[in-house]
Design a binder for this molecule. Structure first.
Ligand SMILES: [Zn+2]
Length: 140
């Protein structure tokens, strides 16, 4: 196992802790040429109230996923995600997998498996290199 992959995933876990969402906390880092070019965690858009769930505990539809936030952050920078590696604490959903592909990310490393694996299958079918490093492997 690549020691850098492990270190970046640990950082992604720290980023997940920054999320104010209660149901799920997800962290993302985009790394290119061993430099972090973007980061993100799930949350509401800028200027919104820092609350991800409604009274029933259901996540608001407008909450942005961690990887979407990290990819969107690049839109206002001079960096591009082309050929970059995306580190995620949770595998991407279908919606985000489209963004990952379109952003030109070529490799994905993640820790936990999202309940719906359509996103991962989609990326695999489009030749994105995928690697899972489990929580216990990370602690070794
Ligand atoms: Zn998503």
């Amino acid at each position: 196992m690549n020691k850098f992959d492990k270190a970046y995933l640990k950082m992604a876990l720290e980023w997940a802790n920054l999320s104010y969402c209660k149901r799920k906390q997800v962290g993302a880092l985009i790394v290119k040429d061993r430099m972090i070019i973007s980061d993100g965690y799930n949350g509401t858009p800028s200027g919104f109230e820092n609350c991800c769930e409604d009274e029933g505990g259901k996540t608001h539809w407008y909450v942005l996923h961690a990887e979407a936030n990290a990819i969107l952050k690049l839109a206002s920078s001079t960096q591009s995600a082309k050929g970059a590696t995306l580190y995620l604490t949770l595998s991407p959903c279908k919606e985000c997998s489209k963004l990952i592909l379109q952003a030109g990310i070529s490799r994905l490393v993640y820790i936990n498996e999202y309940s719906d694996d359509d996103g991962i299958s989609f990326l695999r079918n489009h030749n994105i290199e995928i690697e899972q490093i489990s929580d216990c492997e990370l602690k070794k």
